[in-house]
Design a protein around this ligand. Structure first.
Ligand code: SIN
Length: 342
């Protein structure tokens, strides 16, 4: 009996000790992305590291891998599901394998500007989309902005007819494929890390991206013209592995959520305030000519690309498209309450 008791005490003590040792090890969180560090997403990832390690000292260690260093397009979601990374933030155009709902963000000329995108993402319908991949083992932690996309090519793109027969690099999105086909282009799905090379070598003639990516990845060096089309949005969803996330101790999950909410707000502020600076830097470099479209020129692109909406409406849902259109309406400022006379 005595020996049994001693053994029991030893077993329990060892268990406690090993438990203590295990909990003393910080949870390592790998955050992988494909863009440069001096972009809204690059800055948000670094801010998340700073805040997560501040709020959870000794409990988490965040490693950020920018520029497709660890995983590029296509591989990062697989890596997330396999547990090789814990957080990724792909462009909303890259979730087609997991949900068709997020295709809404690729519909050309759906959103008037990035503020409308912001309003939609923060609406009830927009927030529901964060859970649209739960059955696939993915949870959305938040939306993150980059900006509105501009078209670019080695020939000036003023009218939709100018795109006819040109090869365009696109992200892995069927909507974007349809968008370029609608103007007679020849779209090709190419990973982000290969875009500069594809443009330089002439594998493709043109592409589309927001100013921050065009500047930081130097696409303006290998494109003669950039058309200020603002024809669509390129934003992100920060996603994590559902099983890993739900298996975290409560306090760690709470701390990470807080850090992520603040990091996203930080990245969004950069996206909203610095888009113009990225544009100015591209203009200053004087490598690519920036083409401004007048109202009727822009309308012609809109009319040419808009039929894509009807094509994808059955997959996306009319309710979602209507909610997005609703977000184009500026919210009416609440009237100040009348001062009651006593
Ligand atoms: C990104 O901003 O994450 C990449 C966008 C692209 O593939 O064009």
């Amino acid at each position: 009996m005595k020996i049994y008791n001693i053994i029991s005490i030893l077993v329990v003590s060892l268990g406690v000790l090993s438990g203590t040792a295990a909990s003393a090890e910080p949870v390592v969180i790998k955050f992988s992305h494909v863009v440069a560090e001096n972009t809204p997403k690059g800055q948000a990832a670094l801010k998340f590291k700073e805040l997560a390690e501040k709020y959870l000292p000794g409990k988490v260690s965040v490693e950020v891998f920018p520029n497709s260093q660890l995983f590029g397009d296509g591989k990062e979601m697989e890596a997330l599901l396999l547990g090789d990374v814990q957080i990724v933030a792909p462009s909303l155009a890259k979730f087609g394998k997991y949900t068709k709902k997020l295709q809404i963000f690729d519909l050309p000329f759906l959103f008037d500007d990035i503020h409308a995108v912001d309003r939609f993402q923060n609406s009830a319908k927009g927030q529901e989309l964060l859970n649209s991949m739960e059955g696939k083992g993915l949870i959305g932690l938040g939306f993150l902005h980059n900006g509105m996309k501009q078209l670019s090519a080695n020939v000036p793109l003023r009218t939709p007819a100018d795109a006819k027969g040109l090869k365009f690099r696109i992200q892995s999105s069927d909507v974007l494929e349809a968008q370029f086909k609608a103007v007679g282009g020849n779209p090709q799905k190419i990973a982000f890390a290969e875009v500069y090379q594809a443009l330089q070598s002439g594998v493709v003639d043109g592409t589309e991206n927001p100013w921050s990516n065009t500047y930081t990845k130097k696409f303006y060096e290998v494109q003669k013209y950039i058309t200020e089309s603002d024809h669509g949005v390129l934003d992100y969803m920060v996603v994590t592995n559902e099983k890993w996330w739900k298996g975290l101790p409560e306090d760690v999950r709470k701390g990470l959520s807080k850090a992520m909410t603040e990091a996203i707000a930080f990245g969004n502020k950069i996206a909203l305030t610095e888009d113009e600076d990225y544009r100015a830097k591209v203009v200053e470099a004087k490598k690519a000519e920036v083409i401004k479209l007048n109202k009727s020129e822009k309308e012609a692109w809109r009319n040419a690309m808009k039929p894509v909406w009807a094509q994808f409406e059955p997959e996306i849902g009319k309710d979602l498209i209507d909610a997005a259109l609703q977000a184009n309406e500026e919210p009416v400022a609440a009237k100040p309450a009348k001062h009651k006379k006593k």
